[in-house]
Design a protein. Sequence first.
Length: 58
Amino acid sequence: MLPKYKGLMTHKRMLINNEIKYGYSIHKVTKYLDDGEILSQNQKNISTSSENELSFKS
């Protein structure tokens, strides 16, 4: 979730860092990557160690 995992390979980085939750952020777009004001966030528990499975759930 922003601002912790900006950019690419988000799911892989969450699993490497043994995060227990994943989620999404809706934010305003700016000229910088994943840097706008956060408008909304939602999260769920991570229940897999598979990057592909986690990416499909997101």
